[in-house]
Design a protein around this ligand. Structure first.
Ligand code: SF4
Length: 353
């Protein structure tokens, strides 16, 4: 038996003893595996379990998802971020359902769907269709770079061919889905980024980085200097007895199709008297009270840093907002709307008691 075969067999044996009991491991239904894969692109497994369970209980199959609306799926997705991924799921479901198709399980069909890349198509097709496709996620990159002592940076396009080739070389002769899940779990539990458990590792004798004692420098990653854009969002919390005013985000921007409070975006931090003028100019209101700062937070996204201020606005302005195109939502209905995380947190603290 060559050493690559021994590595994959050892990882599968390790998996049978150590695998985690996860809800999506109990099924080979490609729709459910797809949901789990997209959810897990957003979050850690511990948090992903709740989102997966809630998603499947609300949309147990393709038909129920296809018949839902943007707001319904975004509500379930609330807090996960990357909301376009949820909207892509909805688009795929509607297209497949209208064409009277089932959710596919073959790589060639999966890769044509919106939002499904090589990794997701390989994971679903190997698990649900036993296709010989190797997966490459962060855990697998780490295991491969250590076992084979690959010094090429994992986040460089030119390195991907090398990692893909090594991943394919390790594939066993059957049970490709089990093996793919095994190597991902192995990376996550055993060959961890910090403090890998080399002293109890089942493949230690094949591990080149262990032999060379350079585990800390594997995998290599090039630091990306991301440009972070700073934005200043001023949200107006206008509480009118048991009602508040909301709007739906429509532009091509973060949080598209989610709901928010009336917004004034400024180029810098703004004092309440200046904000008062901005509100008057933007909404063409003559008389309003000065807004009162209620809460200030910093919210970080992958490419943006949001300086968010929530302002309470009381008095005459209410009549104005009542007459404009804002949604006047009753306190008891707020739960129905999908909000970005910072807004939902603020409303939970200030409104929903
Ligand atoms: S010996 Fe250590 S670094 Fe090598 S595969 Fe095992 S856990 Fe990972």
């Amino acid at each position: 038996m060559n050493f690559k075969k021994k590595i994959s067999e050892s990882i599968i044996s390790w998996y049978h003893i150590n695998k985690r009991d996860l809800p999506w491991r109990k099924t080979k239904n490609s729709y459910k595996i797809w949901v789990s894969e997209i959810v897990l692109q957003q979050t850690k497994i511990s948090q992903g379990i709740n989102y997966y369970n809630e998603f499947i209980s609300k949309f147990p199959n393709l038909e129920s998802l296809a018949k839902s609306s943007d707001s319904e799926i975004l509500k379930v997705w609330q807090g996960l971020g990357y909301y376009n991924r949820a909207l892509n799921m909805l688009k795929n479901a509607k297209i497949l359902y209208n064409e009277k198709k089932k959710f596919p399980k073959s790589y060639d069909k999966l890769i044509k769907l919106k939002g499904i890349g090589e990794y997701t198509a390989s994971a679903i097709s190997s698990i649900c269709n036993n296709e010989k496709k190797a997966v490459l996620d962060g855990n697998v990159y780490r295991v491969l770079s250590r076992v084979f002592n690959i010094s090429k940076p994992i986040n460089k396009l030119s390195s991907q061919k090398i990692f893909k080739q090594k991943a394919e070389e390790l594939l066993p002769e059957n049970n490709f889905g089990d093996y793919n899940q095994a190597i991902m779990d192995f990376g996550s539990i055993q060959c961890k980024p910090m403090n890998p458990k080399c002293n109890i590792c089942v493949i230690v004798k094949y591990c080149k980085s262990y032999e060379l004692q350079n585990i800390r420098s594997r995998p290599r990653k090039i630091k990306n200097q991301k440009k972070i854009k700073l934005r200043h969002l001023n949200y107006l919390f206008i509480c009118d007895k048991n009602y508040i005013y909301l709007q739906k985000r429509k532009n091509f921007d973060i949080w598209k199709n989610l709901y928010e409070l009336p917004l004034i975006e400024t180029n810098e931090t703004i004092e309440n008297e200046l904000l008062k003028l901005s509100i008057q100019n933007k909404f063409k209101i003559k008389k309003i009270n000065s807004p009162l700062l209620s809460k200030k937070i910093i919210h970080k996204l992958s490419h943006q840093k949001l300086n968010i201020c929530f302002w309470k606005l009381e008095g005459k302005a209410m009549n104005f907002f009542y007459n404009k195109n804002f949604i006047r939502a009753h306190k008891s209905e707020i739960i129905k709307y999908p909000f970005p995380k910072p807004i939902s947190k603020y409303l939970n603290e200030h409104l929903i008691k």
